[in-house]
Design a protein around this ligand. Structure first.
Ligand SMILES: [Ca+2]
Ligand SMILES: [Ca+2]
Length: 201
């Protein structure tokens, strides 16, 4: 390997490391549920993991409509219908900046014995989470997002339900501010390589 190639490889590795470090910092900020705001009965067993429950009767979880207020929803925003209303629940919430193309992934397991349900919220838009599975949300537009995970008791305070989130990961695209520099650097390296090849001919 020539000295030029060695220096070029080293410089590219350094730039990649800077880019990855920025991405990793953003990723950890979302997949660490300790950085989210909890409400009700929530525990954080480790990185990328959270366990939420509809709690006891009725003190552990957050009563309706305080939970809806916490989530910036209307008072009836977690009801399934006029007859199937949310009584209490728990949630984790975070507001953060996403880059276009960022992805949030997690696995979940929802355990219930009655009509309770679990959900994922993005800016007030709710997706209900069935028994178990893997979930991915892609942030198509850069900007500020309010995301939340939670569950509610429907129609009663009993029949406690549990939502277990595991393997939460956040992957981010390179920061746009770095892209022009990376492109310019790549073009510069290519031009220097061409010049070196011409010198040797
Ligand atoms: Ca309960
Ligand atoms: Ca219940």
């Amino acid at each position: 390997m020539s000295i030029q190639s060695f220096l070029m490889t080293g410089a590219m590795s350094s730039l990649s490391a800077v880019s990855l470090a920025i991405g990793s910092a953003q990723a950890l900020s979302l997949e660490d549920f300790n950085t989210w705001t909890p409400s009700g009965e929530v525990s954080i067993p480790g990185l990328g993991a959270a366990t939420l429950s509809t709690g006891g009767t009725p003190t552990d979880a957050l009563l309706s409509p305080d939970l809806q207020t916490f989530l910036n929803l209307p008072d009836n925003g977690l009801d399934l219908s006029l007859l199937d209303q949310a009584y209490e629940g728990s949630a984790l919430q975070k507001t953060f900046l996403a880059q276009a193309g960022d992805r949030f992934n997690f696995d979940w397991n929802f355990s219930t014995s009655d009509d309770d349900y679990a959900f994922f919220l993005v800016n007030g838009s709710r997706t209900n989470l069935a028994a178990s599975g893997s979930f991915q949300y892609v942030f198509n537009t850069a900007g500020s997002y309010r995301v939340a995970l939670g569950l509610v008791d429907i129609g009663d305070f009993s029949g406690d339900s549990t939502l277990a989130i595991r393997n939460g990961t956040y992957t981010t695209v390179p920061t746009p501010a770095l892209l022009p520099g990376l492109i310019a650097f790549g073009v510069g390296c290519w031009n220097r390589r061409r010049a070196n090849q011409r010198d040797r001919q």
